[in-house]
Structures are given as C-alpha cells and as structure tokens.
Design a protein around this ligand. Structure first.
Ligand code: ADP
Length: 468
C-alpha cells in the first residue's frame, strides 16, 4: 500500500516538473515573439542615433527626444561635451580617454538603468549619444553561431549537457524525497485505520483508532470508531443471548431428566405387573416405554452437549499414559463388540505415551464411536483401533470397514443433529448428538477429531491429542 501511494506521488511530481519546464520554454518563446512587436513601439527605437544624426551637430533636432524623457549629448575628438540637451548621464563637460572608454563599456552593460545609442560621425569628428531611461528590461537570450570553432561548440555543449543531466538528477531526487514525505501524511493514517480494521476482523471488537488529525481522515476515524462501537455492543448482546440460550437448554434438559426417568421406571414396573393376557395394554405400555427411553436418551445427550458448551464447565485433565488407558478402555468395549458379533483388532504400542486426559470424558468418546459402529453396521463388521506418535501428538485411529458415510454429509457430521438419512436412523435410534459430543470433548483436550469415509468405504476416525 505504502509503496503504491508514494510511487503515485512520484509520478505526479515528475509530471508537474515536466509540465513546468514546458511552460517555461513556451514563455521564453512567447517573450521572444512579443519582444519583436514591442521593440518597434519603444521610443528609443523610434528615435535612434542614426535617424537623428547630422553632419553639423547644431542641426540635430533634440526636441522629440527631450519630449520623451531622453537626452542628447555630442562629444568631440578631444572628449569634450560640446552639445547637451535633456537627460544627461555623463555629468561633466570634459572626459579623459579612460573615462570615455569606461562610459562606452558601461553603456553596453545589461543591468543599466539607461539605454544608450552611440554613433560616431567621421565627417564632423564627433560622437552622438542618444540616452533614454530604460522602462523595464528582462534579458534571456540563446545564441548559436555556426562559424565558431568546433572545439568551443563541443566544450560548451558538454557543459550544457552536464548541467541538464545534473538538473534532471536533482529533479528526480527531489521528486522521490518529496513524494515520500507527502505520501506519509496519507499512508500513516491509512496504516493505522488498516490495523484497526484487521483487529476488528480478527474479533478484537475493542479496537479503536486515534489519528490526532482534523482532516477527512478524522471523519473516517470517527466513522470507524462508531462502527466498532456498534459491532462491539451487538456482539456482546448476541453473546449474552447465546449464553442464556445454552443455559436454558442445560436447565431444561436437566430438569426433565428426572421426571422422564421416573416415567421410564414406572412404565417398566407397570409392564411387569400387567397380566400377560392383557395384550393390548402391554402393547401400549411397550410403546410408552420405547418412546420415553428415546426421549430420555435425547435429554441425556442434550444435557451432556449443553454442559460441554457451557463456559463454566471444564474437564478434569490428568497426565495419563494414553497407551495404558486405551488398552483398558478397549478391553471394556469388548463385551459390546462380541455381543454384536463384530470383529476387532487392537494395535497399541507397549511403551508409554503421555497426554493430558480426562478419562471419564474419553470413555464417552470411545463409547459413542463404538455405539455408532454397532448401531449402523451389520454383524461381522470389523474394527481396528491403533495408536501412534506423530510430531508432538498422539494419534488414535478408530477404523471400521462398514457402510461409511456419504461424502455430501461428511463435512458436517460433527455438527449437532446432523445424521445420515432418516430411514437409517429411525430403525437404529440415535439422537444426532453422539459425534458432536465426541468432537467437543476432544477439542476441550486441545486435540482434534477428523473423519475419512465415503459410502461403503467404512469410517476412519482420527483423534489427535497433544503429547505432554
Ligand atoms: P446419532 O445419534 O444419529 O448416532 P451421531 O452424531 O453419533 O448421531 O452420528 C451421526 C450420524 O453419522 C449417524 O446418524 C450415522 O448415520 C452416521 N455414523 C456415525 N458413525 C458411523 C459409522 N461408524 N458407520 C456408519 N455411519 C456412522
């Protein structure tokens, strides 16, 4: 950003410099042109010495010269001022040779206040000096004579070229310095605003900008700060509402757990006590029992999920040998697997690998994965559980060769209430919360759970836990 703006400034300044040079050249040409027009109207050119000259200087008509503010002097061979009318810049009646020479030299100087036209009359043996006060004079001139020796032309051209190169270098240097300095006044506030915007994007809603400026950037700063303030208020209101929602779900699921457990318990009791012959009543009670068990499962999972989402809830981590733990946990899962007629193979290294673990919560993860495996896959499906170390992590692989999960749903499978088609689930039960609970638990361990699967490709769950 910074580079681009200062480059833009650099280009602008170069354009301005070039345009100003062009303007100077145009003005120079124009002044030459107007000079030709104006010089014809100047009195000094209307009354030149050549026009006024007479062989007898007493015949010279000084009147128009004097009327126009000028003067006429005549100096003879002995450097005596023998005739003087009007303006007199010589100021003496007799000059020495050197004074007269000095006068002639000075009369040609450009910065002079007067313009002199001096003409010698060989017949009369005198100089006629016509003097007019200079109105305004600006001398810019360029002279080139083809007859000059080539060496001189070359030397002077080199000096000119060197001056032009030096001028261009200085021009470039000044343009760079100037563009850097002037772009800072734009890039600095822009940078500060950008930093504020980035902080906002990264979720730091307390970000505010203070530029200490009074220009348009100050308006932008105020707008930014207002916007940040509004976002901060909105977000905190939303967070508050989200917290209240989570707490409500947790409270409701908790409060409904006990009444529902009692519905399940009493329905079981009623079923035991109902006479075998009363078939229709037993059927009704079985339906009540089935549905209340389902509702109870859902409430239990909902409560667990809400608990894990709550900010106040933290898991109890202890430094544990994950290999030792996994051997034991897999052993606990054996009855479930064997009863369902599933094959299994556990590949867990002998040496200790330590991680921070809440074993109760990890039991829940493994239970949910095994429960899903048994619930959604046919008898004879096999499960492989293995563990290996990778960089700073312990990686647990939980892999089956069952029916898998279609790829269109797999990206959302760890989100709550995401399930493969309902027909699959209506027969198998399930709440749609098992994998999201597992995900929350692993994230609370500072780890990650991922899945590789496709329809009829089996499911591979990859659990990564940071080593201690
Ligand atoms: P549910 O309570 O429905 O089991 P989960 O979050 O535990 O909810 O699982 C989400 C869905 O993922 C399940 O409905 C099931 O269709 C699918 N699923 C999970 N594990 C497996 C598996 N091992 N094999 C096939 N499908 C699975």
């Amino acid at each position: 950003m910074k580079g681009k703006i200062s480059n833009q400034f650099f280009r602008n300044y170069l354009i301005i410099f070039c345009l100003s040079i062009l303007a100077a050249v145009l003005v120079y040409l124009l002044s030459g042109f107007t000079n030709d027009i104006i010089s014809k109207t100047l009195v000094k050119n209307i009354y030149p010495a050549s026009l006024l000259m007479k062989d007898d200087y007493t015949d010279i008509d000084a009147e128009p010269v004097v009327r126009n503010g000028g003067g006429i002097q005549v100096i003879n061979d002995r450097y005596e001022v023998v005739y003087s009318k009007g303006l007199d810049t010589i100021g003496t009646e007799r000059l020495t040779v050197s004074e007269f020479t000095q006068f002639l030299i000075r009369s040609k100087e450009k910065g002079h206040q007067y313009s002199y036209d001096i003409l010698y009359n060989p017949q009369g043996g005198f100089w006629l000096i016509v003097t007019f006060p200079t109105s305004i004079r600006l001398d810019i001139s360029f002279v080139y004579n083809r007859e000059a020796v080539p060496k001189d032309v070359k030397n002077v051209s080199l000096v000119f070229a060197a001056i032009i190169v030096l001028y261009l270098l200085m021009l470039g240097l000044f343009a760079v310095v100037f563009s850097r300095i002037s772009s800072v006044s734009i890039t600095k506030p822009l940078k500060m605003l950008l930093t504020g915007t980035k902080r906002l994007r990264e979720g730091d809603y307390s970000a505010r900008v203070n530029l200490n400026l009074k220009n348009e950037f100050a308006d932008l700063q105020d707008t930014f700060n207002d916007m940040a303030q509004k976002i901060e208020t909105e977000i905190s209101l939303r967070e508050q509402a989200e917290l209240e929602r989570k707490r409500m779900i947790m409270d409701i699921s908790h409060d409904l757990k006990n009444p529902l457990a009692s519905v399940v318990g009493y329905t079981e009791l009623c079923l035991q006590k109902t006479d075998e012959s009363d078939k229709s009543l037993r059927d009704y009670l079985k339906i009540i029992l089935k549905n209340s068990r389902r509702a109870s499962d859902l409430l239990n999972d909902l409560f667990e999920f809400a608990k894990l989402e709550s900010a106040d809830y933290s898991i109890k981590l202890l430094k544990t040998d994950i290999c030792e733990y996994l051997r034991q946990a897999c052993g606990d899962l054996l009855p479930m697997l064997e009863q369902a007629g599933f094959d299994y193979n556990f590949n867990i290294p002998e040496e200790a690998v330590y991680v921070m673990l809440d074993t109760v919560q990890m039991n829940r993860v493994l239970y949910n994965l095994t429960d899903n495996l048994i619930r959604y896959n046919p008898e004879g499906t096999s499960l492989i559980v293995s563990l290996y170390e990778e960089h700073d992590n312990a990686v647990i692989i939980f892999k089956d060769n069952g029916i898998g999960i279609p790829s269109d749903i797999v990206n959302n499978i760890f989100k709550p209430f995401v399930r493969v088609d309902d027909s699959r689930n209506s027969q198998t039960g399930g709440t749609g919360l098992g994998l999201s609970i597992a995900y929350k638990i692993i994230r609370k361990h500072g780890g990650n759970i991922d899945i590789q699967t496709d329809l009829n490709q089996g499911c591979t769950f990859i659990i990564t836990l940071p080593k201690k």
